[in-house]
Design a binder for this molecule. Structure first.
Ligand SMILES: Cc1cc2nc3c(=O)[nH]c(=O)nc-3n(C[C@H](O)[C@H](O)[C@H](O)COP(=O)(O)O)c2cc1C
Length: 217
C-alpha cells in the first residue's frame, strides 16, 4: 500500500508573481532571464525540455531532450534523424516543448513548428561533443529494437576500431531541430492556486509582433 496521501500532497507557493509592468514585447528575453535563473538555482538539467510530437492523432508521444541553444528565432535540440520523434516530426512538424522547472515553481511551454537545422551548425556542435558521445551517436540506432545491450556494445567496439586515430566523422543521420514558436506560456506558482500565466502568441512564424495576454490560472 502506498504510504503517501496523494490528495494532501500539495505545495502552496509563496513566490512573487511575474512583474507585469516590465514584460518585454517578445518572449525570448523573458525566457532568457528565467533560464539563467534556473541555471543559477543549481537544479538538475535546467535545459531539459519535454517535447511532444504527433504524427497520427492516436500516437502522441513525449520525451526529454536537452536544449543546446536558443535565440529569438527558436529553441534547438539535437537527436537522431531516424528516431521515432524525428519520424513523427517529418510527417508533422508541429511540436510542443516544456521546461518543467518544478523546484522553482515555474514552467515555460513552447508551441510551434520545427525546422531541420543547417547541417553545418549540426556538424560544428557534433565535433564539440566528447568523443564517446560522438561514437555513441554512430552506435545507436535510436528507437529501434535491439536484441540486448551486447549488440550496442559490440557496435561501439567496431566503431572505435574503425575511427581509431582519426576524427569521428559527422553522421548525416544525426543533427539538430529548431522549434520556431508561435505560442510561449510562462507559469509562475503563487499562493492559493492563484498562479500567474502570461502567454505570448503570434499568428505565424513569419510574424514579428507578439500579442501578450494573461490567462486565468
Ligand atoms: C535528461 C535527459 C536528456 C535527454 N536528452 C536527449 C537529447 O538531447 N536528444 C535525444 O535524442 N534524446 C535525449 N534523451 C533521450 C530521450 O528522452 C529519448 O529517450 C530518445 O530521444 C528517444 O526518443 P524517441 O524514441 O521518442 O525518438 C534524453 C533523456 C533524458 C532523461
Amino acid at each position: 500500500m502506498l504510504q503517501v496521501d496523494l490528495e494532501k500532497l500539495r505545495n502552496d507557493y509563496s513566490d512573487k508573481g511575474i512583474d507585469l509592468t516590465t514584460l518585454p514585447s517578445a518572449p525570448i528575453p523573458l525566457f532568457s532571464v528565467w533560464f539563467e535563473q534556473a541555471v543559477e538555482s543549481g537544479i538538475s538539467d535546467p535545459n531539459g525540455m519535454v517535447i511532444a510530437t504527433c504524427a497520427e492523432l492516436a500516437e502522441i508521444s513525449q520525451r526529454t531532450v536537452l536544449m543546446k541553444s536558443f535565440d529569438e528565432k527558436g529553441i534547438c535540440f539535437y537527436t537522431n534523424y531516424t528516431s521515432r520523434k524525428s519520424r513523427q516530426l517529418n510527417q508533422n512538424p508541429h511540436i510542443s516543448g516544456l521546461f518543467p522547472w518544478l523546484a522553482l515553481h515555474r514552467q515555460v511551454s513552447f508551441q510551434g513548428e520545427v525546422r531541420i537545422m543547417d547541417p553545418e551548425q549540426s556538424k560544428r556542435y557534433f565535433h564539440s561533443r566528447p568523443r564517446g558521445s560522438q561514437i555513441g551517436a554512430w552506435a545507436s540506432r535510436q528507437s529501434e529494437r535491439m536484441s540486448g545491450r551486447e549488440e550496442l556494445e559490440q557496435r561501439v567496439q567496431e566503431l572505435e576500431t574503425r575511427f581509431a586515430g582519426r576524427e569521428v566523422p559527422y553522421p548525416e543521420f544525426w543533427g539538430g531541430f529548431e522549434i520556431q514558436p508561435v505560442r510561449v506560456e510562462f507559469w509562475q506558482g503563487r499562493n492559493s492556486r492563484l498562479h500567474d500565466r502570461v502567454v505570448y502568441s503570434r499568428s505565424s512564424i513569419e510574424e514579428n509582433d507578439w500579442e501578450v495576454s494573461l490567462l486565468n490560472p
